[in-house]
Design a protein around this ligand. Sequence first.
Ligand SMILES: *Cc1c(COP(=O)(O)O)cnc(C)c1O
Length: 220
Amino acid sequence: MSVRDRLNKFNQQLPENVTLVAVTKTFPDEVIMEAYNAGHRHFGENRVQELINKAATLPKDIIWHMIGHLQTNKVKFIAPFIDLIHGVDSLRLLRVINREALKNERQIPCLLQVHIARESSKFGFTEEELIKLLEDIDLNELKNIQITGLMGMATFTDDKKIIEAEFIALKKLFDQIKQRFFKDKSYFCNISMGMSNDYKIAIESGSTIIRIGSALFGDE
Ligand SMILES: *Cc1c(COP(=O)(O)O)cnc(C)c1O
């Protein structure tokens, strides 16, 4: 099946409020252009260097998502153009993004990453840390970022019950946080969860952004 056919198949089954981010890490520009020429615009990368190389040469109307772990010293390279940063996992990183966004005279949308998986290796805030952060920060001091939601990655397992429980917990946390900190903020509306192996469960659990690599482009 071609990339175009796979994209069509995805788009047919996606609810209207769910955005598909095509994850193109390790894939060359030609592969991205295949999806682009099929009308796709949302692309995700997990490494800054690869992202900036691709953004420099590919069409300017691509909507770029930084989905990987982001180091503070690399923020400046993507601040001029990045459309959404998914994995914000510290107050320090939020502050640096705010500063670099200000330098570029723009506002950068960010998702706060929550650690929902059982593996200790995955990044993100615990629920308690996240709530503490939101209690402590003054969003008015961070005028150049916009926190538009949460992101999470489920445990890498075949056990659908575990994945489902983690996604439902993230959705519940999102609802709580929305109610408590972003009640009148319509921009706080995104839950980025779901990859090739678990996007169906994620959508059933309330995902609004799925990040799909191998199901669209194969395993490299
Ligand atoms: C690679 C990656 C994806 C896509 O994974 P697939 O299983 O290939 O769909 C999604 N999110 C993040 C953060 C990734 O690094």
